[in-house]
Structures are given as C-alpha cells and as structure tokens.
Design a protein. Structure first.
Length: 221
C-alpha cells in the first residue's frame, strides 16, 4: 500500500494533477485530495484503483518511501482479467497522449476479433468499443486481419485491411504510443506480454506501415 507521500511523488514524477489521477483511477478529484491531505483513509478497493492507474503509467512503488519509472521491462498478464487490464491500458494511453491534431497511433496485426470477445466477454467488449468510439478523434487505429475475414467489430473507430492467408499468423502484435504488446491466445488461456520501449514500439509501427501499404489489401465487402 503506497503512502500519501508516495502518491504525491508518483504524480509529480509523471506530471499528473490530482484531477488527472482521479480520471485515470476512476475516482473523484475531491477523494484524491482528501487522501493526500490525510482527511480520508482509503479502503483497499480505492488503493487498488490508484495503484493500477500508476501501474498503467509505468510507475512502481518501492518500499514505504520510493517511487520510480519503469522502462524497457516486459510484464506478462494472463486470463480475462489480464486481457481486460491490457485493453484498459490501451484506452487510458490514448486518452492521456492523443489529441485531434496528433492522434496516438494504435496498430494491430494478426487479429482475430473472436478472441477479443471470448476473453473480454460480450458486455465488456461492447463497453470497450463504445469508449474507444467516443475517443476516436484521439487515435489512429489500424487493424490487419486475415484475408476474407469480414468481422469488423471495431469499424466505428478503426481502419481494416486484409493480410494474405499464407502469411497470416494467430500470434497478435499490438503497438500503441511507447508500448509494444504480444498476444498469445490459447484454447484455455490468453497471455499478454507488454513491453514499454519507445524505440521498439516505433520500429514495429514502421514495419506495420510497410505491410499496410505494400502487402495488405482493402477488404472486399
């Protein structure tokens, strides 16, 4: 459990106001202010939301006094909960860094959306589509799916292209802002490996754009 001083230090490290932390954690600015001035003792659920918000921003709490920015490491998440956390991170990143003038590039390849629905659940997936659609002006989302796949559930906020069947893989790649993720869908589990590394993320997007322009084709509806 982070201390009040660590929460303040973490905000300062990434330049968040109390309002920005509240938005990222799904809490009220008044609640954050009361926690930081010591007039409100947060429960475990509130602390978990705060820690999760900082975790998505790559902030790590060390002991009872330390705070540091995580870089270049790979974190692994599994199952429905891990997959939901991953898509929360994508959305939060787009909201934090994207603007209408400079939208966050979110590029996905080797996508089979049936896996997304399976591991999110129908209701969570629909809520994800709604929030991404509402924030579509903040992001440039491009998705490469298998040739002849006509299931485009994210079409309201994404562009789609087909990859030839012979070079399509079921191992998905997902790049957004300074993050590169690898998604491994199995029959009984899903594994999401997330690496925060600006150069690797941009390098992948460069390769993606080559495939998008030179190899992928526009779906025939």
């Amino acid at each position: 459990m982070p201390t009040i001083e660590q929460i303040r230090a973490a905000r300062a490290l990434i330049g968040w106001s109390q309002g920005e932390l509240a938005e990222q954690a799904g809490l009220s600015q008044t609640g954050i202010a009361r926690i930081e001035n010591g007039t409100n003792q947060p429960n475990s659920s509130t602390i978990e939301k705060i820690v999760s918000a900082f975790d998505r921003a790559d902030i790590e709490f060390i002991g009872e006094t330390g705070v540091k920015k995580k870089t270049g490491e790979v974190r692994v998440y599994r199952g429905s909960e891990g997959f939901s956390f991953f898509l929360d991170d994508v959305y939060a990143t787009a909201k934090q860094y994207g603007t209408p003038d400079k939208p966050v590039q979110i590029f996905l390849s080797n996508v089979m959306h049936s896996n997304w629905v399976k591991w999110m659940g129908v209701e969570k997936w629909e809520n994800h589509v709604k929030r991404m659609t509402a924030a579509r002006d903040l992001m440039d989302v491009r998705i490469i799916v298998r040739e002849d796949d006509r299931y485009f559930p994210a079409a309201a906020y994404s562009k789609y292209k087909w990859m030839p069947k012979e070079i399509f893989s079921d191992k998905s790649f997902y790049s957004y802002h300074d993050t590169l993720a690898f998604l491994n869908f199995k029959s009984e589990d899903v594994e999401v490996m997330i690496m925060r590394h600006k150069d690797f993320a941009q390098g992948y997007r460069n390769l993606f754009l080559i495939a998008w322009e030179k190899v992928a084709t526009t779906p025939q509806i």
